[in-house]
Design a protein around this ligand. Structure first.
Ligand SMILES: [Zn+2]
Length: 261
């Protein structure tokens, strides 16, 4: 069986232990600070056998070298996408789109989802019904487009949205409350969104994380997966104008509005 343990990093980052209970081994997704990761592995009594890097930003790979040194394990694997292999410290295995990887008895798969960075990758565990989406799909939002364009980001998000509805989504940051505040300005009549805003407010007031979310919940409430919503389209058109009902134009305008929200 697979189990996921969330590890807060810095002020709003999340790393995750992906545990294979059968072998008491684990992979860690996106290490910024090694100490909390080592503490979590000790508390769970698991051996870290791999680091899964979603992309090259320092708050996702900045802890690689210190963790590699602390583990001092010649068999440790460090995975990242081939397209940004030189930008990932300690990388041992450069992945291509669709390539499979093994963590003990767990089987994962790389899904290439560029636009936040040019070599961003998600890690999908079909049997474990979980996907680690880094800074591409957030709970209630998506990452900024630093190394790509809106068409690329839209396509990347659509690949993730095509995963089974019940797939748990583990993202790289706790941005949900502000993401949903923005979403609510575009779809004030979306009942699922209104309900989710209240739930997330309650969780944050209690100091609890809002992840994981699910693919189903994202499709129902995330404005970056809802360019086909008539209400969202009309709201964006009112603010920006001239979109002509084109879904890519609506998506791109939504991203620009969020950049300035
Ligand atoms: Zn990033």
């Amino acid at each position: 069986m697979m189990r996921v343990v969330l590890i807060p990093q810095f002020s709003d980052n999340y790393a995750y232990l992906v545990i294979d209970e059968a072998s008491a081994t684990a992979a860690v997704v996106d290490v910024a600070e090694p100490e909390p990761v080592l503490a979590a592995a000790a508390a769970e009594d698991v051996r870290i056998v791999a680091i899964l890097c979603t992309h090259h930003h320092f708050d996702h790979i900045g802890g690689n070298e210190a963790l590699i040194a602390a583990l001092a394990d010649g068999d440790l694997e460090v995975f990242g996408y081939a397209g940004e292999a030189e930008r990932i410290p300690g990388l041992t295995t450069a992945l291509e789109d669709g390539q499979e990887l093994e963590i003990g008895a767990l089987r994962g798969q790389a899904i290439f989802i560029p636009a936040h960075t040019s070599g961003h990758v998600a890690y999908y565990f079909a049997a474990g019904e979980a996907v680690f989406t880094g800074d591409t799909l957030f709970a209630g939002g998506c990452g900024r487009i630093f190394e790509g364009d809106a068409a690329q980001m839209k396509a990347s998000l659509e690949r993730l949205a095509a995963l089974p509805d019940r797939t748990a989504v583990y993202c790289g940051h706790e941005y949900t409350e502000s993401n949903l505040a923005f979403a609510a300005t575009l779809e004030p009549n979306n009942a699922a969104l209104t309900e989710r805003c209240a739930e997330v407010k309650r969780l944050r007031a209690e100091g609890k994380p809002t992840v994981p979310t699910t693919i189903a919940l994202e499709k129902a409430t995330n404005p970056f997966l809802r360019s086909d919503s008539a209400e969202l389209g009309a709201s964006v058109e009112r603010q920006v104008g001239g979109l002509g009902g084109d879904q890519l134009e609506i998506f791109a305008a939504t991203r620009r509005l969020k950049d300035n929200f």
